[in-house]
Design a protein. Structure first.
Length: 205
């Protein structure tokens, strides 16, 4: 019971604060650039990407399991000109028709979805011809020393961070799911365990 309360009522508030820092806002602006049309956002959370939707976005179908996140997004949604509809809870089973999304947006989310491969298959299914996945994720460290620390920490970290895996090889997961990936990798300031970042776009092969 205590664990469920933490995940439902406390963790979304922590994530809202931690993931709204200036360096992350800069990355949100970069990954949202070029979005247009009707898009799907997986891991909508508390709407931290809402201020960065370009005017070319005509609508957003949001997917996120945290009900509190939608409540926390209220102020951001109130000031946005882009209509956003919460359509689902699970990135592994998107309630979206085949070939209908102009783009899919995914930010710091593939680390927490239980089966990232299944989620990527769903993303591929819903993308319209010519559409792309826009992503920024943390994942497997770029140096072996960091990878060793990630492997040691992940079993505990998953319990305190909503299932977050520190050591997922984001670029390889996306490529193996049948995408051509254009990715920039870099390490943000701070512990290398958390800072290895993958930002880019991916289109079905």
């Amino acid at each position: 019971m205590a664990a469920r309360f933490y995940e439902r009522r406390i963790l979304p508030r922590v994530i809202d604060k931690v993931m709204d820092q200036a360096p992350l806002r800069e990355l949100r602006a970069e990954v949202c650039a070029g979005l247009a049309g009707e898009i799907v956002e997986i891991g909508f959370g508390s709407g931290a990407n809402v201020p960065f939707y370009p005017s070319t976005v005509t609508g957003v179908r949001a997917v996120d399991p945290a009900a509190l996140g939608w409540e926390l997004a209220a102020d951001r949604l109130a000031t946005s000109t882009v209509p956003v509809e919460l359509v689902g809870l699970d990135g592994q089973t998107l309630p979206v028709a085949d070939d209908t999304a102009a783009a899919v947006l995914c930010t710091w989310t593939l680390c927490t979805i239980p089966d990232a491969t299944l989620a990527l298959a769903e993303i591929r299914r819903v993308l319209a011809p010519g559409g792309a996945l826009h992503f920024v994720e943390h994942g497997l460290a770029h140096q072996e020393r960091g990878r060793t620390a990630q492997r040691r920490l992940t079993p505990l970290w998953k319990h305190v961070a909503g299932g977050c895996h520190l050591d997922r090889p984001i670029d390889r997961l996306i490529t193996d799911a049948g995408f051509d990936v254009d990715v920039r990798t870099f390490t943000m300031k701070g512990p290398k365990t958390f800072g290895s970042t993958y930002l880019g776009t991916a289109r079905p092969s």
